[in-house]
Design a protein around this ligand. Structure first.
Ligand SMILES: N[C@@H](CCC(=O)N[C@@H](CS)C(=O)NCC(=O)O)C(=O)O
Length: 340
């Protein structure tokens, strides 16, 4: 019996291995350099096209920026595992970005990679009369610092938190990721382990899937959340001073710039992961005012709220229910908030 089974198992293993190797060969991934790549021309129909995702913070940044500038674009929604499936590692999307991340901005078919580069590129190219970069070079430099300290830098989403508020955000999104992953089947995450360039990301999601939302109360996820809070507070302190010095209502004063686009999406993520009440305390009156102003902009509606995704809404609601039903939960994730 066993002797007849062995060749079957060997044959099946060989078939699986061949399938995996063939599939990997057709889904080649590599990191793409930031900025415009004029050596690549991708199929396109319109001058500007955007590959993006409803939940993705960097995608929101680009949508808000394009809307502020009045640039019309063709929209291609790409699912990420959080919103349903790993479309970002599909053969189709890897032709657009072998780096497997969104957003990607196309200008006349040429891709621009990295959202902080995309917003600058769009602002420079815009012929709509709207300016999001100040003429004064000193002011433009100041703006760039506020873009840099809110960008997501590097491939590891939970590293380099001291460099940028943007890198504190994935850690603070862990509860939302966990809540959203409740609806995602394990095999879909495993696809990421097999084909994603950045294995740390599907690994993290698999761990979050198994721990569930209550799992953020303790262990490594809880430590990551607390570390993210501490680091984020240091950026909040800087932002509060900047708003006092500039006189508001924006980071550079009266001029609304790319820096504000970049920070708007950070606050919105804190909103969708239900952190605002815990983190944005009365210790930060100017940031509170700033955030209220940001929400009145048309681009907040068109680039963010109009793209609200049912899975994100369910995820936010799950976090709120957990907080209401388990006082330990709120306590465990907001311990730092009480003492900063
Ligand atoms: N630094 C990049 C970050 C790009 C990035 O990590 N995008 C996320 C969404 S915000 C993504 O595509 N995640 C999908 C995945 O890693 O599977 C940028 O600013 O564009």
């Amino acid at each position: 019996m066993l002797s007849t089974l062995i060749p079957v198992v060997v044959a099946l293993t060989a078939i699986l291995l061949l399938w995996y190797l063939a599939e990997r060969a057709s889904r080649r991934t590599r990191a793409m350099p930031a900025g415009l790549d004029e050596s690549i021309t991708l199929p396109h129909e319109e001058e500007f096209e955007l590959y993006h995702n409803a939940l993705s913070l960097c995608s929101k940044k680009c949508r808000v920026c394009l809307d502020e500038l009045g640039i019309k674009y063709k929209s291609h929604h790409i699912d990420l595992i959080e919103t349903g499936s790993y479309e970002n590692i599909s053969r189709h999307f890897l032709k657009i970005n072998p780096g497997a991340t969104v957003p990607v901005l196309l200008h006349n078919g040429h891709p621009v990679y990295e959202s902080h580069e995309q917003i600058r590129y769009a602002a420079v190219q815009a012929r709509t009369g709207v300016k999001l970069i100040p003429d004064d070079p000193e002011k433009a430099k100041e703006m760039q610092q506020w873009i840099d300290n809110s960008s997501i830098v590097g491939d590891d989403p939970i590293a380099r938190m001291a460099e940028s508020a943007g890198n504190c955000i994935p850690g603070l999104t862990l509860p939302l990721f966990s809540a959203m992953l409740e609806e995602i089947a394990v095999y879909k995450i495993v696809e990421g382990l097999l084909f994603h360039r950045l294995k740390i990301r599907p690994l993290l999601f698999l761990a979050m899937k198994f721990r569930g939302l209550a799992g953020v109360k303790s262990g490594p996820p809880n430590r990551i959340i607390h570390k993210s809070q501490i680091q984020l507070y240091s950026f909040f302190n800087q932002l509060e001073s900047q708003l006092a010095n500039s006189g508001g209502p924006n980071i550079l004063g009266s001029f609304f710039s790319l820096a504000d686009v970049s920070w708007m999406v950070i606050f919105h993520r804190l909103r969708e992961a239900d952190w605002l009440k815990i983190l944005l305390t009365e210790k930060y009156p100017l940031i509170n005012k700033y955030w209220r102003e940001l929400q009145t902009r048309d681009s907040y509606q068109s680039g963010i709220l109009d793209y609200s995704h049912p899975s994100v809404e369910k995820g936010t609601a799950r976090i709120q229910t957990m907080k209401d039903s388990d006082p330990d939960f709120t306590q465990a994730i907001s311990a730092i908030g009480a003492s900063h």
